[in-house]
Design a protein around this ligand. Structure first.
Ligand code: TYD
Length: 202
């Protein structure tokens, strides 16, 4: 079973990911992330840091995803493991739809086409949604200053995430990222256990 956690920077995604690993320790889940589960992640980090050409940056994120699928995701799933990824395909659909706007005529269709045939679709995607000022306050405290963390970009990215969720309601579970962390962890962990018993459950 493949579970992904998505949301804008400052949505609390990484905290939820980390805590879920502990809450589900008895199931021995494979905890992974994008970007950066393989060596290609180094190139992605450099592209983000140096504000590379948006198409080059998008293709690096996609290359990182391809390596992640073949080196981590498929082997773990074939061994029957539960895999929980901090960011996955929807990060590209939400973020690169923004960075490629004005460069490609229809970024989302392009991104979806590039992933077709080889990616693995998640069984559950938790989408953490937060008001933009809350996200900015949280990222401001971290001060990484990555170009994705600007207000206009985060606003557009979150809108894209909600659009993706609207198109695939059975897969997405939208969580209010302002709720206490313990509550979010409990909801997510119980959802995973419930679905694991019978994957057809919603
Ligand atoms: P990440 O290291 O996950 O940052 P955070 O811990 O803040 O979530 O990702 C770095 C940035 O890369 C983040 O702002 C989101 C962006 N990103 C994309 O634009 N496209 C992608 O496909 C992925 C995986 C991340």
């Amino acid at each position: 079973m493949l579970i992904t956690i998505e949301g804008i920077d400052g949505s609390g995604k990484s905290t939820l990911h980390e805590s879920l690993g502990k809450a589900l320790a008895d199931l021995d889940p494979v905890m992974t992330r994008e970007p950066g589960s393989t060596w290609i992640g180094e190139a992605v980090r450099r592209a983000i840091r140096e504000q590379a050409d948006p198409v080059a940056e998008a293709l690096l994120f996609i290359a990182d995803h391809a390596a992640h699928i073949s080196e981590v995701i498929r082997p773990a799933l074939s061994r029957g493991r539960i895999v929980i990824s901090d960011r996955y395909i929807d990060s590209r659909y939400a973020y690169q739809q923004v960075t490629l706007a004005g460069i490609l005529p229809d970024p989302l269709s392009w991104l979806q086409a590039v992933h077709t045939g080889w990616t693995v679709k998640p069984d559950i995607t938790f989408l953490l949604v937060v008001p933009i000022p809350v996200a900015l306050k949280r990222t401001g405290e971290r001060k990484t200053g990555e170009h994705f963390e600007q207000e206009t970009i985060l606003t557009a990215v979150q809108k894209n995430y909600l659009g993706l969720a609207e198109q695939d309601p059975p897969r997405f579970i939208i969580l209010d990222g302002t709720l206490p962390a313990e509550h979010l962890i409990r909801v997510a962990a119980e959802t995973i256990r419930y679905k694991r018993e019978d994957p057809r459950r919603r």
